[in-house]
Design a protein around this ligand. Sequence first.
Ligand SMILES: NC(=O)c1ccc[n+]([C@@H]2O[C@H](COP(=O)([O-])OP(=O)(O)OC[C@H]3O[C@@H](n4cnc5c(N)ncnc54)[C@H](OP(=O)(O)O)[C@@H]3O)[C@@H](O)[C@H]2O)c1
Length: 247
Amino acid sequence: MTCTLITGAGSGIGQQIAVELCGSRNLILCGRSADRLEETLRLVHGKSKQIYIWEYDLELVEGIKASLEAFLTANNLFVDGFIHCAGKMSVLHMRMADYKNTLKIFNVNVFSATEIVALLLKKRNKEHLKNIVFISAILAQFGAKGHNLYSATKAALNGLMRSLAVELAPEIRVNSVLPGGIRTPMSEAAFKDPVIVEKFRAEYPLGIGDTQDIADMVYFLLSDKAKWITGQEMVVDGGRTINMSHK
Ligand SMILES: NC(=O)c1ccc[n+]([C@@H]2O[C@H](COP(=O)([O-])OP(=O)(O)OC[C@H]3O[C@@H](n4cnc5c(N)ncnc54)[C@H](OP(=O)(O)O)[C@@H]3O)[C@@H](O)[C@H]2O)c1
Protein backbone atom coordinates (compact mmCIF):
# COMPACT_ATOMS: atom_id res chain seq x y z
CA MET A 1 0.00 0.00 0.00
CA THR A 2 1.27 3.53 -0.76
CA CYS A 3 0.98 6.24 1.90
CA THR A 4 1.90 9.85 2.49
CA LEU A 5 4.20 10.37 5.45
CA ILE A 6 3.63 13.45 7.62
CA THR A 7 6.05 14.31 10.42
CA GLY A 8 4.75 16.56 13.20
CA ALA A 9 1.27 15.13 12.60
CA GLY A 10 0.21 15.22 16.25
CA SER A 11 -0.49 18.93 16.52
CA GLY A 12 -0.84 22.31 14.83
CA ILE A 13 -0.10 22.55 11.12
CA GLY A 14 0.85 18.87 10.70
CA GLN A 15 -2.41 17.76 12.29
CA GLN A 16 -4.43 19.98 9.95
CA ILE A 17 -2.51 18.63 6.95
CA ALA A 18 -3.47 15.11 8.08
CA VAL A 19 -7.13 16.15 8.32
CA GLU A 20 -6.96 17.73 4.86
CA LEU A 21 -5.32 14.73 3.17
CA CYS A 22 -6.98 11.86 5.00
CA GLY A 23 -9.92 11.51 2.61
CA SER A 24 -7.77 11.14 -0.50
CA ARG A 25 -4.56 9.48 0.71
CA ASN A 26 -3.43 6.72 3.03
CA LEU A 27 -1.32 8.36 5.71
CA ILE A 28 1.58 7.60 8.01
CA LEU A 29 1.51 9.99 10.96
CA CYS A 30 4.80 10.60 12.74
CA GLY A 31 5.28 12.23 16.13
CA ARG A 32 6.90 11.61 19.49
CA SER A 33 3.72 11.52 21.48
CA ALA A 34 1.21 8.70 21.09
CA ASP A 35 -1.41 10.81 22.91
CA ARG A 36 -1.14 13.67 20.42
CA LEU A 37 -1.22 11.30 17.45
CA GLU A 38 -4.35 9.71 18.99
CA GLU A 39 -5.93 13.16 18.93
CA THR A 40 -5.21 13.39 15.18
CA LEU A 41 -6.72 9.91 14.72
CA ARG A 42 -9.83 11.11 16.55
CA LEU A 43 -10.14 14.09 14.19
CA VAL A 44 -9.90 11.98 11.04
CA HIS A 45 -12.09 9.15 12.35
CA GLY A 46 -14.74 8.09 9.84
CA LYS A 47 -13.50 10.24 6.98
CA SER A 48 -10.13 8.72 6.32
CA LYS A 49 -8.47 6.10 4.20
CA GLN A 50 -5.87 3.91 5.95
CA ILE A 51 -3.85 5.55 8.72
CA TYR A 52 -0.63 4.22 10.25
CA ILE A 53 1.29 5.60 13.21
CA TRP A 54 5.08 5.77 13.29
CA GLU A 55 5.94 6.98 16.77
CA TYR A 56 9.49 8.27 16.75
CA ASP A 57 11.59 11.04 18.31
CA LEU A 58 13.27 12.68 15.31
CA GLU A 59 15.99 14.12 17.52
CA LEU A 60 17.43 10.59 17.45
CA VAL A 61 18.62 11.06 13.90
CA GLU A 62 21.00 8.15 13.75
CA GLY A 63 18.19 5.64 14.27
CA ILE A 64 15.72 7.10 11.78
CA LYS A 65 16.59 5.00 8.75
CA ALA A 66 16.54 1.69 10.61
CA SER A 67 13.29 2.50 12.42
CA LEU A 68 11.43 3.78 9.36
CA GLU A 69 12.67 0.99 7.12
CA ALA A 70 11.57 -1.64 9.65
CA PHE A 71 8.18 0.07 10.02
CA LEU A 72 7.58 0.26 6.26
CA THR A 73 8.71 -3.30 5.64
CA ALA A 74 6.70 -4.76 8.53
CA ASN A 75 3.51 -3.08 7.27
CA ASN A 76 4.31 -3.57 3.56
CA LEU A 77 4.05 0.18 2.95
CA PHE A 78 5.54 2.47 0.32
CA VAL A 79 5.72 6.26 0.54
CA ASP A 80 4.38 8.39 -2.33
CA GLY A 81 4.60 11.75 -0.55
CA PHE A 82 6.73 13.06 2.31
CA ILE A 83 5.69 16.17 4.23
CA HIS A 84 8.24 17.29 6.78
CA CYS A 85 6.32 19.41 9.27
CA ALA A 86 8.04 18.50 12.54
CA GLY A 87 9.86 21.50 13.87
CA LYS A 88 11.58 22.74 16.95
CA MET A 89 11.59 26.45 17.73
CA SER A 90 14.37 28.20 19.61
CA VAL A 91 14.44 31.86 20.61
CA LEU A 92 17.69 32.90 22.26
CA HIS A 93 20.46 35.41 21.88
CA MET A 94 23.34 34.09 19.81
CA ARG A 95 25.76 34.38 22.75
CA MET A 96 23.68 31.68 24.48
CA ALA A 97 24.05 29.18 21.65
CA ASP A 98 25.93 25.98 22.29
CA TYR A 99 26.69 23.15 19.94
CA LYS A 100 24.57 20.53 21.73
CA ASN A 101 21.41 22.63 21.52
CA THR A 102 22.21 23.77 18.02
CA LEU A 103 22.53 20.15 16.97
CA LYS A 104 19.16 19.29 18.55
CA ILE A 105 17.28 21.90 16.52
CA PHE A 106 19.12 20.99 13.33
CA ASN A 107 18.44 17.31 13.99
CA VAL A 108 14.67 17.79 14.19
CA ASN A 109 14.26 20.53 11.59
CA VAL A 110 16.77 19.47 8.94
CA PHE A 111 18.78 16.28 9.48
CA SER A 112 15.74 14.12 10.18
CA ALA A 113 14.42 15.24 6.78
CA THR A 114 17.66 14.37 5.01
CA GLU A 115 17.68 10.92 6.62
CA ILE A 116 14.06 10.24 5.68
CA VAL A 117 14.49 11.45 2.09
CA ALA A 118 17.65 9.37 1.69
CA LEU A 119 15.80 6.27 2.84
CA LEU A 120 12.80 6.93 0.62
CA LEU A 121 15.10 7.20 -2.41
CA LYS A 122 16.48 3.70 -1.87
CA LYS A 123 15.52 1.04 -4.41
CA ARG A 124 12.56 -0.39 -2.46
CA ASN A 125 10.65 2.93 -2.42
CA LYS A 126 12.09 5.25 -5.06
CA GLU A 127 9.62 4.52 -7.88
CA HIS A 128 6.70 5.23 -5.51
CA LEU A 129 7.87 8.65 -4.33
CA LYS A 130 6.23 11.55 -6.22
CA ASN A 131 6.29 14.55 -3.87
CA ILE A 132 8.31 16.09 -1.07
CA VAL A 133 7.10 19.17 0.83
CA PHE A 134 9.13 20.84 3.57
CA ILE A 135 7.32 23.12 6.02
CA SER A 136 9.82 25.96 6.27
CA ALA A 137 8.99 29.50 7.55
CA ILE A 138 9.09 33.10 6.37
CA LEU A 139 11.93 33.43 8.88
CA ALA A 140 14.04 31.55 6.32
CA GLN A 141 13.96 34.69 4.19
CA PHE A 142 13.97 37.40 6.86
CA GLY A 143 15.58 38.05 10.22
CA ALA A 144 14.25 38.44 13.76
CA LYS A 145 16.05 38.89 17.04
CA GLY A 146 16.76 35.59 18.76
CA HIS A 147 15.55 33.47 15.85
CA ASN A 148 19.09 32.86 14.55
CA LEU A 149 19.18 29.04 14.73
CA TYR A 150 15.53 28.55 13.79
CA SER A 151 15.98 30.77 10.71
CA ALA A 152 19.15 28.91 9.79
CA THR A 153 17.37 25.55 9.88
CA LYS A 154 14.48 26.78 7.76
CA ALA A 155 16.86 28.36 5.20
CA ALA A 156 18.78 25.07 5.13
CA LEU A 157 15.55 23.22 4.30
CA ASN A 158 14.93 25.59 1.40
CA GLY A 159 18.45 25.10 0.04
CA LEU A 160 18.02 21.36 0.29
CA MET A 161 14.64 21.62 -1.39
CA ARG A 162 16.01 23.49 -4.43
CA SER A 163 18.83 21.05 -5.12
CA LEU A 164 16.58 18.03 -4.59
CA ALA A 165 14.05 19.51 -7.00
CA VAL A 166 16.69 19.52 -9.73
CA GLU A 167 18.25 16.21 -8.74
CA LEU A 168 14.98 14.28 -8.54
CA ALA A 169 13.08 15.74 -11.53
CA PRO A 170 11.06 14.77 -13.44
CA GLU A 171 9.77 11.90 -11.28
CA ILE A 172 9.64 13.71 -7.95
CA ARG A 173 8.55 17.29 -7.24
CA VAL A 174 10.08 19.06 -4.23
CA ASN A 175 8.76 22.32 -2.73
CA SER A 176 8.73 24.27 0.53
CA VAL A 177 5.84 26.05 2.21
CA LEU A 178 6.75 29.15 4.20
CA PRO A 179 4.00 30.00 6.69
CA GLY A 180 3.66 33.32 8.46
CA GLY A 181 2.61 33.40 12.11
CA ILE A 182 -0.16 30.86 12.77
CA ARG A 183 -1.70 30.03 16.13
CA THR A 184 -0.49 26.54 17.15
CA PRO A 185 1.07 25.03 20.28
CA MET A 186 4.44 26.35 19.04
CA SER A 187 3.25 29.97 18.91
CA GLU A 188 0.65 29.79 21.69
CA ALA A 189 2.58 32.05 24.06
CA ALA A 190 2.75 34.87 21.51
CA PHE A 191 -0.94 34.54 20.59
CA LYS A 192 -1.93 34.74 24.26
CA ASP A 193 -0.39 38.22 24.45
CA PRO A 194 -2.99 40.80 23.28
CA VAL A 195 -0.26 43.31 22.43
CA ILE A 196 1.39 40.86 20.04
CA VAL A 197 -1.96 39.87 18.51
CA GLU A 198 -2.73 43.53 17.89
CA LYS A 199 0.68 43.96 16.26
CA PHE A 200 0.01 40.90 14.05
CA ARG A 201 -3.36 42.37 13.01
CA ALA A 202 -1.59 45.53 11.86
CA GLU A 203 1.20 43.70 10.06
CA TYR A 204 -0.80 41.07 8.15
CA PRO A 205 -2.74 42.73 5.29
CA LEU A 206 -5.09 39.72 4.99
CA GLY A 207 -5.47 39.33 8.75
CA ILE A 208 -4.30 36.41 10.85
CA GLY A 209 -4.27 33.06 9.09
CA ASP A 210 -4.75 29.56 10.43
CA THR A 211 -3.51 26.04 9.97
CA GLN A 212 -6.07 25.39 7.20
CA ASP A 213 -4.35 28.02 5.01
CA ILE A 214 -1.14 26.00 5.17
CA ALA A 215 -2.88 22.63 4.72
CA ASP A 216 -4.60 23.99 1.59
CA MET A 217 -1.23 24.86 0.04
CA VAL A 218 0.17 21.41 0.85
CA TYR A 219 -2.92 19.77 -0.68
CA PHE A 220 -2.41 21.86 -3.82
CA LEU A 221 1.31 21.04 -4.08
CA LEU A 222 0.62 17.31 -3.84
CA SER A 223 -2.07 17.50 -6.50
CA ASP A 224 -1.77 17.34 -10.29
CA LYS A 225 -2.78 21.02 -10.35
CA ALA A 226 0.82 21.68 -9.28
CA LYS A 227 2.38 19.27 -11.79
CA TRP A 228 4.63 21.98 -13.28
CA ILE A 229 5.77 23.41 -9.93
CA THR A 230 9.00 22.28 -8.33
CA GLY A 231 11.86 23.90 -6.43
CA GLN A 232 9.69 26.73 -5.07
CA GLU A 233 9.36 28.55 -1.76
CA MET A 234 5.58 28.96 -1.47
CA VAL A 235 5.00 31.84 0.94
CA VAL A 236 1.63 31.62 2.72
CA ASP A 237 1.60 34.59 5.06
CA GLY A 238 -1.41 36.83 4.36
CA GLY A 239 0.93 39.37 2.78
CA ARG A 240 3.10 39.85 5.89
CA THR A 241 6.42 39.81 4.03
CA ILE A 242 5.40 42.26 1.32
CA ASN A 243 3.98 44.80 3.77
CA MET A 244 6.19 47.88 3.97
CA SER A 245 3.55 50.11 5.59
CA HIS A 246 4.63 52.13 8.62
CA LYS A 247 1.29 51.57 10.36
N1 LIG B 1 3.07 28.26 14.00
C1 LIG B 1 3.74 29.14 13.24
O1 LIG B 1 3.55 30.35 13.35
C2 LIG B 1 4.74 28.65 12.22
C3 LIG B 1 5.25 29.59 11.31
C4 LIG B 1 6.16 29.16 10.36
C5 LIG B 1 6.55 27.84 10.32
N2 LIG B 1 6.06 26.94 11.22
C6 LIG B 1 6.51 25.55 11.14
O2 LIG B 1 5.40 24.69 11.04
C7 LIG B 1 5.75 23.40 11.53
C8 LIG B 1 4.67 22.92 12.47
O3 LIG B 1 4.67 23.74 13.64
P1 LIG B 1 3.35 24.15 14.39
O4 LIG B 1 3.26 25.60 14.37
O5 LIG B 1 2.23 23.34 13.89
O6 LIG B 1 3.73 23.79 15.90
P2 LIG B 1 3.48 22.49 16.76
O7 LIG B 1 2.04 22.22 16.88
O8 LIG B 1 4.27 22.68 18.00
O9 LIG B 1 4.10 21.34 15.86
C9 LIG B 1 5.43 20.95 15.91
C10 LIG B 1 5.44 19.48 15.64
O10 LIG B 1 6.79 19.02 15.57
C11 LIG B 1 6.87 17.79 16.21
N3 LIG B 1 8.16 17.56 16.80
C12 LIG B 1 8.91 18.44 17.51
N4 LIG B 1 10.01 17.83 17.95
C13 LIG B 1 9.96 16.55 17.49
C14 LIG B 1 10.79 15.43 17.63
N5 LIG B 1 11.94 15.49 18.32
N6 LIG B 1 10.44 14.27 17.04
C15 LIG B 1 9.28 14.18 16.34
N7 LIG B 1 8.43 15.21 16.18
C16 LIG B 1 8.78 16.37 16.76
C17 LIG B 1 5.84 17.84 17.32
O11 LIG B 1 5.40 16.54 17.58
P3 LIG B 1 5.25 15.92 19.05
O12 LIG B 1 5.37 17.04 20.01
O13 LIG B 1 3.95 15.24 19.02
O14 LIG B 1 6.37 14.98 19.11
C18 LIG B 1 4.74 18.70 16.74
O15 LIG B 1 3.72 17.92 16.18
C19 LIG B 1 7.12 23.55 12.20
O16 LIG B 1 8.12 23.06 11.34
C20 LIG B 1 7.25 25.06 12.36
O17 LIG B 1 8.61 25.45 12.37
C21 LIG B 1 5.15 27.31 12.16
